[in-house]
Design a binder for this molecule. Structure first.
Ligand SMILES: [Zn+2]
Length: 110
């Protein structure tokens, strides 16, 4: 299973970059990461409403805490700090975030 070599959080552009030890580079938007939170509360919300989480555009990832060799805990600007993101789960998001990236890239300023 690949592990991250390097994790960079860019607050200004709201992107989390992960360099994996198998050479893959991954960029995830903060809002996307927040919407895919795996904590019990967020899972229950998604199940109850049968929908992805609704996340404010200005949500930012403010802190990353490594959880052993397992993954990382992400703390967001809305105070949400319960999400643990295991490495295999983050790799799954590699493909899932493509549409999000394209949507974000297509946004025009103003
Ligand atoms: Zn959550």
């Amino acid at each position: 299973m690949p592990h991250p070599d390097n994790i960079t959080n860019q607050t200004a552009s709201a992107l989390l970059h992960i360099d994996w030890d198998d050479g893959v580079r991954q960029s995830l938007t903060h809002t996307f990461l927040r919407s895919r939170c795996q904590c019990a509360d967020c899972k229950r919300w998604r199940k109850d409403f049968n929908s992805e989480l609704i996340v404010a555009d200005d949500i930012r990832l403010t802190e990353i805490r490594l959880v052993g060799q397992y993954g990382m805990q992400l703390i967001f600007s809305d105070g949400h700090d319960r999400g643990i993101y295991p490495w295999p789960y983050l790799r799954e998001l590699l493909c899932a975030d493509m549409t999000g990236d394209i949507a974000a890239a297509g946004k025009t300023p103003g």
